[in-house]
Design a protein around this ligand. Structure first.
Ligand code: FAD
Length: 250
């Protein structure tokens, strides 16, 4: 069985069903296209229905009443952010109040995963868009534990936030200590495509990747979509108009 069987329609891969399962019967596995989806081990399933209750696909959405446009006053903050740096401003308030921040960072293989930050240095790794599905693993359970005695700011795609809120609601947990920051998101690209692409360039250039900037403000400005790979041997830039494709130069 896969995610479609749990939620009946389209699965967003938010991981709420995986996180809530009392028998650990639901694992997140990459499908053939490289997207993480829940897969049920029916030998462990007790049909308790919690996965269906936590499914974010069944969320009801409200349109926001008011909207604001914001840009961080500090140049360093917005130049190291993907857009105007609102995430830095909001997370700074939470960190200064002794709270914790969750968001998407890159692991040592340059794949996105959700992480927990207790200070600005750790939070800084969450700044910048990672155009790939972020692994959540046991992050909802960590948020739940931290929320018991601290304020928590959780940032991610609207699907991940919808999943977290449904997970907490299904467990009857009061979310008064939780603040959420949804990014505007058209959808996440596949980690398989991203992994293949990095492997391709490393092989072609015979050099390991050391650092990645998904949308380099230094090159494409605010509107550009240029991914920069820093290789061990030199810097390698890729202009990417649609996902991860086209024109390459050294
Ligand atoms: C997958 C994806 C799709 C996007 N689609 C659109 C779009 O359709 N239209 C548009 O205008 N903008 C889109 N964006 C851009 C996004 O909305 C901006 O990056 C964000 O608003 C930057 O705000 P900031 O400067 O305050 O954040 P920054 O300081 O740059 O912080 C980045 C924030 O994004 C989160 N984040 C980064 N990568 C991921 C990820 N893979 N999964 C979950 N959370 C992540 C971090 O946790 C952090 O909260 C997309 C970004 C991503 C990652």
């Amino acid at each position: 069985m896969n995610g479609k069987d749990i939620c009946g329609k389209i699965c967003y891969g938010c991981t709420a069903c995986h996180a809530i399962c009392p028998r650990s019967a639901i694992k997140m596995e990459e499908n053939e296209k490289g997207f993480l989806y829940p897969v049920i081990d029916s030998s462990l399933c007790i049909d308790c229905g919690l996965c269906r209750k936590a499914c974010s696909q069944k969320n009801e959405y409200n349109l926001p009443g008011e909207a604001f446009i914001a840009k961080h006053k500090d140049e360093e903050a917005y130049l190291h952010s993907q857009s105007g740096g609102a995430f830095t401003a909001l997370s700074d308030i939470v960190l200064k109040a002794g709270g914790l921040v969750y968001g998407a960072a890159l692991d040592e293989s340059f794949e996105a995963m959700h992480a927990r930050a207790v200070c600005a240095k750790e939070r800084d790794a969450m700044r910048g868009s990672k155009y790939v599905q972020s692994r959540m693993e046991d992050i909802y359970a960590k948020v739940e534990r931290d929320m018991e005695d601290k304020i928590v700011l959780f940032s991610g795609t609207p699907c991940q936030i919808g999943g977290l809120l449904k997970y907490l609601r299904a467990k009857g947990i009061d979310a008064k200590n939780l603040y959420t920051v949804d990014i505007i998101c058209h959808g996440v690209p596949s980690v398989k495509v991203w992994r293949d692409l990095m492997g391709y360039y490393e092989k072609k250039e015979k050099s390991r990747i050391e650092r990645v900037i998904f949308r380099d403000k230094g090159l494409g400005g605010w509107r550009g979509h240029i991914t920069t790979f820093y290789l061990k041997k030199n810097r390698y830039r890729m202009r990417s108009t649609v996902s991860y494709s086209t024109q390459i130069w050294h």
